[in-house]
Design a protein around this ligand. Structure first.
Ligand SMILES: *[C@@H]1O[C@H](CO)[C@@H](O)[C@H](O)[C@H]1NC(C)=O
Length: 433
């Protein structure tokens, strides 16, 4: 009895001291954990680890499951693939390294132990690719006439397949106008949807307006950074239009007068000022000609006439011309008597930041208390509609007293738009009216 217990103890001790090698048959090798699946971007390195215990005299091999190609046995690389190496530590951690993974490296890998029957487990190598926009299938910059339509396309590749969407670079909305048949009737209705981002490879913009001109971004993403985008410029063409806020401008002699016209055109127009005699006005000691771009297609034309003289009085025309057409609009400049302290004048326009000295009479103020119809809308103003309704907007500023006759609904009758030679006559006319 004692001998048998002693013998058992010896065996247990021996098992503890000398593990597998001697008692190889006593413990069969086994896996101590699954292989972790790998998702690796194309070109990066991948390492599978096979965890084994009680390997004993057995060997660990790596096989690519789909092709049955042996990658390595124990510490020898078998495959001719130069990018494959193996390493191990402690006979328990067996690694298969693949350097700079290629598309064909993807698939199931098997870690085997040459027991009988063979033991194996597998791990999946998934190769992912960041998105890429395919130039051949993707639109370039486009030109379209206003009111026309454009179809932008964008093709992208990547693994997994990328999602394509559209945005405007300036963050403005994309308008999708769809024609849908009203059910039950033979009618068509137009439904327009406004979105900041449109999903899909094809973006169709119908009845395009000048406000939809600009850069559109095609964005492709599939969760694998970096996402990519392509800029596509839609150029909307239209012939020039001119909008004149003040078509009648009066100023005292000796002061500086500013005339302005707003031009919309695409492609950009050539803009210039012409005087009574049909001569083009260029910057000089007396004149300052400026053009300030307000947007891609809007320009503010500014003509400053310094030290107004009697011979400066007359009609000035601002003109704009591009490949699609030309247009001009006129501004009438007249001189007014310099406001004197005793004179009764009208003040109605407080929209100037300048600290203005104001002269006003009660009844004129009353008349002018109506809001001025200053048309600030940016679009759709055809400059040729130049019949101005003078509103006797009189500003007597410290520096540049100017009478601004603004178009719009106004108590002063239309017929006086012809010539308002002086402040006095204007007031008389309005009073009588
Ligand atoms: C690895 O991926 C395969 C399928 O691709 C799946 O069956 C298996 O459970 C995954 N293994 C692990 C450890 O997540």
């Amino acid at each position: 009895m004692v001998d048998r217990q002693k013998a058992l103890l010896m065996v247990l001790l021996a098992l503890l001291i000398y593990p597998n090698d001697i008692f190889g048959g006593a413990f069969q090798p086994e896996f101590s954990g699954p292989i972790t699946n790998l998702t690796v971007p194309l070109g990066r390195d991948a390492t599978f680890t096979c965890l084994v215990k009680h390997l004993g005299g057995y060997r660990v091999g790596w096989v690519k499951a789909d092709t049955k190609a042996i990658q390595a046995i124990h510490d020898h690389v078998i495959t001719h693939n130069q990018r494959v190496t193996v390493s191990h530590s402690d006979h328990t951690m067996w690694n298969l390294h693949i350097k700079g993974v290629q598309r064909e490296d993807g698939g199931l890998y098997m870690c085997q132990i040459n027991t009988d029957p063979m033991k194996s487990q597998t791990g999946m190598l998934t190769i992912v690719e960041p998105p890429d926009i395919i130039p051949e299938g993707t639109s370039s910059d486009m030109n379209v006439g206003e009111g026309g339509q454009v179809k932008l396309t964008c093709r992208a590749r990547g693994v997994p397949a990328p999602r394509v969407s559209w945005r405007r670079e300036d963050g403005r909305n994309i308008i999708i106008r769809e024609q849908s048949a009203v059910s039950g009737q033979n009618q068509k209705s137009h439904v327009s949807t406004t979105v900041t981002e449109y999903f899909g490879e094809d973006l169709k913009i119908t009845k395009i307006s000048r406000n939809e001109m600009g850069v559109y971004l095609c964005i492709a993403s599939n969760g694998i950074p970096p996402a990519v985008s392509k800029r596509i410029f839609i150029n909307v063409h239209f012939s020039p239009v001119i909008h004149v806020p003040n078509q009648l401008v009066g100023a005292p002699l000796g002061t500086d007068v500013v005339l302005e016209c707003f031009v919309e055109a695409s492609p950009k127009s050539i803009n210039y000022w012409v005087n009574d005699k049909g001569a083009m006005i260029i910057s000089s000691v007396r004149h300052d000609v400026q053009a300030v771009a307000k947007s891609q297609f809007e320009v503010r034309m500014i003509l400053t006439i310094r030290n107004l003289q009697k011979h400066d009085v007359g009609t000035y025309r601002c003109a704009a011309k591009n490949s699609l057409g030309d247009v001009e609009s006129s501004i009438r400049l007249y001189d007014i008597a310099a406001p004197a302290k005793t004179q009764t004048a009208v003040q109605l326009s407080f929209d100037d930041e300048e600290d203005e000295s104001v002269y006003g009479s009660a009844e004129m103020d009353k008349m002018e208390n109506r809001p001025l119809a200053v048309d600030n809308t940016v679009h759709g103003h055809v400059g040729s509609a130049s019949v101005a309704t003078p509103s006797s907007a009189i500003r007597s500023g410290k520096k540049r007293p100017v009478i601004n006759a603004k178009s719009g609904t106004d108590p002063c009758p239309r017929r006086f738009s012809v010539v308002l030679s002086s402040l006095v006559s204007l007031m008389v006319v309005c009073r009588r009216w």
